[in-house]
Structures are given as C-alpha cells and as structure tokens.
Design a protein around this ligand. Structure first.
Ligand SMILES: Cc1cc2nc3c(=O)[nH]c(=O)nc-3n(C[C@H](O)[C@H](O)[C@H](O)COP(=O)(O)OP(=O)(O)OC[C@H]3O[C@@H](n4cnc5c(N)ncnc54)[C@H](O)[C@@H]3O)c2cc1C
Length: 385
C-alpha cells in the first residue's frame, strides 16, 4: 500500500469546473483521492474530485476487489537494492504508524510484535532492520516445534481493511470528494453520458487509474502484463492473539517464491490465516484441501492460536462443521485429521492480488485528447500486489 504522487494539473484551463477522476475505490484509489483533496493546488482551485468504481467498501466480498480481502499486515517484500519500493514501504509504515499513534485502533490499525521464521538459506530483508524494536532471535532458546534456520522480530502494523477503507471514505466525504458506483468500460467512455451524468460534462483535467486487476481489461489501458496472484485465507475469531507470525520456506523471490504461512491478527479480534500465492489462477472459490493445509500450517507456527479447551480431541470427529458443508464436505473426513482451529473459523476468503510483470505502475501515460475536445492527463497507480 503506497503513497500517491502529487498531480500538477494544467493551469491554463478553466480548472474550477474540470474535475479530476480517480478510477477505483480500493486502498490505492481512496488514498489517492484523499491525497489529491488534501493537496494545496486542488484546494486552492476548488477542483472537484470524483471517484468512479465498480466495487465500494461495504459491498459483498469479491475476489476481484483485493483491498477488502487483504490480511492485512504491513510487511515489505522490497528487495534490499530496490530503493524505490523501500522508500514507499517506509513512508507507508510511518504514515500508518502516525495515524495509529494519534487515534489508536479505531483507525482499523493495530501495532504489534511481528516474528518472522525462515527455513532455507534466505535471511530477513534489510528493510525490517529499520522497524522499531528489531532483533535477531536466538532460535534454540525459542523452543520451536518446527525447524527454522533464521528468525527476526520487530514492531509492525496490521489492519482491519473494512474499518480503514470506511475511514478513507469518510475523509473523502469531509474533504468534499464524490464517490460514485460506476463501471467504466474504457477511458474513452469518460465523455459518455453515463459518466458525465456523475462527473459533469467538462473534460476531466486528469484521470488516475487505480483499477487493480481491472487494468487488465479496462479499455485504453488493457495492460496484458497484469495477472491475478490468487490468495486463499481463513478468517478465524481469536481475540487473544495480539502478535503476528510468518514462516517463509524457500526463497522469497520478491514475495512470489517458496511457501509462506502467516497469522495476522486484526484489531477487531479476527485473525487471518494464510496463505497461498497462485499466479494466474482465477478460481474465486476456496479449496477445501487448501483451507485444511492453511489451518495445519498456522497452528504449527503459532501454538497460542489453539486454546487449550480445543486441544483435546472432539467427541465426534465425523460431524462436519457448517463451513465444511458449505465447501462440499460430506463429513467423511478421516477421524483425527480435522484441525481444532475449525471451531474458530468465521469464513474462507479468496482474493486476486493485482500483480504486474514489471511491478507497480506509477506515473503518467499519454494524455487523452478526445474527451470533450479537452486534454485529459492519464496517471497510472496500479499493480500493488
Ligand atoms: C488474500 C490476500 C491477502 C493479502 N494480504 C495483504 C497484506 O497482508 N498486506 C498488504 O499490504 N497487502 C495484502 N494483499 C494485497 C492487497 O490486497 C493489494 O495490494 C491492494 O488491495 C490493492 O489495492 P488496489 O486499490 O490497487 O486494488 P483493489 O482493492 O482491487 O481495487 C480496485 C478498484 O478498481 C475498481 N475498478 C477496476 N476496474 C474498474 C472499471 N473498469 N470501472 C470501474 N471501477 C473499476 C474496482 O471496482 C475497485 O474499486 C493481499 C491480497 C490478497 C488477495
């Protein structure tokens, strides 16, 4: 989740009637809109800011709307020599840490101790050393029940995405921004009456494309290097877990490699257990065998997840839980293989991380010359996976 660039709109036009359009209402689009509305030039000139989006924060969950499915912990994947990404991730941490310090967990943010385990030759990323309270753990003294070759701990952040997104929506509304549900099939449709009915008939000064996975199909962008990295997670209720745990087996490879297990407590008492990274996999439904594997791995790296009253064997192992029934389990799972964590399960979630072959696209593209005869700058801000 990254900071957004300051736009400097074309000062030669009748700016007060020409809006800036942000396409997308995920964490990137909403944050972009807040930054625009707070910027001195937009405020001074009274430039209207409109957000157009298919999905809005309180909608039923949809795999294509990544922001509502995310864990979400602040854990950088920035390679040691990727200074651009490191700067963005450091800035994001500082902005969110500051929000939490001023207003506490009602922001949707939680500050916590994060412990990372590594199995294999990879060590921690350098950026973790910049976090408060960074230490390298002494593995033998940790009494682990699984093998690990390296471990670090530091202070980081997690969030309840819905709370955080709704606060961004409230900030936009307070700052005078406008949010509309609208599917834009193509950038060239910005002057179609279905769009101008919402944003006005003056050609926009700029459109900022924060469409996530939508950048693959949005006309005028159609970025064929965008692809889904499917993530399946299990949401459990475990308010006693107030620290984060991650285990990386094998090489991280910029976040794409190896097997990664994580336990992400949220401030509302729910905990996200993960996960998977399945490139190019568009299946929006949870897979039962994946869910079982996630519960097994999460219990392994975070023993405090399983309260002692659930550690004892259940009376009847053959009774399926409601969630198992929803996932097509007929109840014939072999006795003894069901995780005690099943008792804590709230739901199973699948989302598509909006991955991009060359990473995040942040910057200007060619302007649109054809919207209402005006010139509309195009800025891209997508590919945050
Ligand atoms: C399982 C999972 C776990 C994750 N865990 C973490 C984590 O722990 N930490 C972390 O930092 N990140 C995590 N992520 C990644 C995170 O979710 C993304 O980085 C982030 O949500 C991307 O936000 P976005 O705003 O770019 O996209 P999205 O949230 O997908 O929003 C895209 C927006 O664009 C709109 N849109 C697209 N096309 C159109 C169109 N043509 N017309 C109108 N509107 C359009 C959509 O409706 C939506 O509003 C996770 C993702 C998944 C799937």
């Amino acid at each position: 989740m990254q900071p957004t660039p300051e736009l400097s709109p074309d000062h030669s036009d009748a700016a007060e009637t020409r809006p800036i359009v942000v396409l997308g209402a995920g964490v990137i689009g909403l944050t972009t809109a807040v930054r625009l509305l707070e910027s001195a030039s937009v405020r001074r000139r009274g430039i209207p800011v409109h957000i157009l989006a298919d999905h809005l924060p309180n909608d039923p969950l949809d795999a294509k709307y990544a922001s509502t499915i995310a864990g979400a912990h602040h854990l950088s994947f920035a390679d040691d020599d990727d200074l651009r990404q490191r700067t963005w991730d450091r800035t994001t941490f500082c902005v969110m840490y500051d929000e939490w310090r001023r207003e506490g967990e009602k922001t949707g943010l939680m500050v916590l101790k994060q412990t990372e385990f590594y199995v294999g030759e990879d060590k921690h990323l350098k950026i973790f050393e910049e976090h408060p309270d960074f230490v390298v753990n002494d593995i033998p003294s940790m009494g682990l029940s699984f093998p690990a070759d390296h471990s670090v701990a530091f202070t980081s952040l997690t969030m309840t995405p819905l709370t955080y997104l709704n606060r961004l929506v409230a900030r936009i509304s307070t700052l005078g921004g406008h949010i509309h549900r609208h599917h834009l099939p193509s950038l060239s449709h910005l002057d179609h009456v279905s769009a101008t009915a919402l944003i006005g008939s003056a050609a926009p000064l700029a459109v900022v494309v924060c469409a996530g996975i939508g950048a693959l199909t949005l006309g005028g962008v159609e970025d064929s290097t965008v692809y889904p990295t499917r993530g399946q997670v299990v949401k459990v209720r475990a308010p006693w877990v107030r620290s984060g745990w991650t285990r990386q087996i094998g090489s991280l490879n910029g976040g794409e490699g190896g097997e990664r297990t994580y336990v992400i407590p949220r401030p509302d008492g729910e905990v996200i257990l993960g996960g998977t990274r399945e490139e190019g996999d568009w299946n929006p439904y949870p897979r039962k065998e994946t869910a079982e594997d996630i519960l097994r791995r999460a219990a392994e790296i975070c023993p405090i997840l399983t309260p002692s009253h659930l550690s004892a064997a259940p009376l009847d192992d053959d009774l399926p839980t409601l969630d198992n029934l929803r996932m097509g389990d007929t109840g014939d799972t072999a006795a003894g293989t069901r995780s005690p964590l099943e008792e804590l399960v709230v739901c199973h979630l699948v989302g598509f991380r909006p991955s991009r072959k060359d990473g995040i696209r942040l910057g200007r593209g060619p302007a649109l010359e054809y919207v209402n005869g005006g010139r509309t700058e195009v800025v891209y801000n997508y590919g945050h996976a």
